[in-house]
Ligand binder design. Sequence first.
Ligand SMILES: NC(=O)c1ccc[n+]([C@@H]2O[C@H](COP(=O)([O-])OP(=O)(O)OC[C@H]3O[C@@H](n4cnc5c(N)ncnc54)[C@H](OP(=O)(O)O)[C@@H]3O)[C@@H](O)[C@H]2O)c1
Length: 219
Amino acid sequence: MTTYLVTGANRGIGFEFCRQIKESGETVIAVCRSTSEDLNALGIQVQQGIDITQEQSVADLVVSLKNTPIDVLINNAGILKKNTLSQLDFDGIRQQFEVNALGTLRLTQALLPNLGAGAKIAIITSRMGSITDNTSGNSYGYRMSKVALSMAGKSLSIDLQPRQIAVAILHPGLVSTEMTAHNGIPPAEAVKGLLARIHQLNLENSGTFWHANGEVLPW
Ligand SMILES: NC(=O)c1ccc[n+]([C@@H]2O[C@H](COP(=O)([O-])OP(=O)(O)OC[C@H]3O[C@@H](n4cnc5c(N)ncnc54)[C@H](OP(=O)(O)O)[C@@H]3O)[C@@H](O)[C@H]2O)c1
């Protein structure tokens, strides 16, 4: 039995991760700021009240998980705020760094004692954080924070290699959730691909930036 932990689990892609993992018969711990009816209906362990930008909040999660071993940590929580060059909102940009990059790194570091040899970490970044792929500009805070997140994922893959923990840096595709005003492919399709990438992840390919469809993306 594999134990997964998913952040941002109350809705969107995070909820769909929990649904598919539960359906596959594995154990999933759902982490969120506040739970949802859909999440409660899954009948899985829910850790709510966890804001990944708050040191104390993450410390509370560590305490309540005690020494529960985690086989797969899925860092999915994230935010997108629109920033154009003519309407830069520095507080909004800072907030995206706080959640997307720093929050993910904080939670990952805090849970490392729960991850043993053979464990995996999935970082849900975005192709919008690919410098090579940026042909349309805009979205300063989101793009910059996702570059920082992907870089954290790459460093984690190197630093955790001796501990035999593999790290995947993943783009889900354009997925229909609140974040995209429900434009894109169904979350079920994206998560099926993301889980396939997580299954494919090993110590040899650790640190790869993959699209959910299996394509290796350029930094
Ligand atoms: N949808 C896409 O097309 C797409 C494309 C590329 C990458 N992604 C990435 O995929 C991930 C999931 O996105 P989504 O589309 O499912 O978006 P979503 O529906 O907006 O869900 C975002 C999740 O992140 C949680 N979250 C936000 N701030 C948080 C915080 N400070 N602490 C803890 N949790 C927090 C939200 O919780 P609350 O309900 O409490 O706000 C929610 O559960 C994100 O990292 C996103 O950047 C999505």
